[in-house]
Ligand binder design. Structure first.
Ligand SMILES: [Zn+2]
Length: 48
């Protein structure tokens, strides 16, 4: 793996696809809009 790509939303280096679906700051704002606040902590600390 010599290829690194950057997130097109926030410019962070994509270490895993998890960034795009959960960890990106722009994606997180979407999750926080649809998830109840009490589940945020659990959700964002989940690891595959
Ligand atoms: Zn991002």
């Amino acid at each position: 793996m010599s290829h690194f790509s950057c997130c097109e939303h926030c410019g962070a280096i994509l270490e895993s696809t998890l960034h795009a679906v959960r960890d990106c700051s722009s994606t997180q704002s979407v999750w926080k809009a649809v998830l109840p606040m009490k589940s945020w902590r659990c959700f964002f600390q989940l690891s595959p």
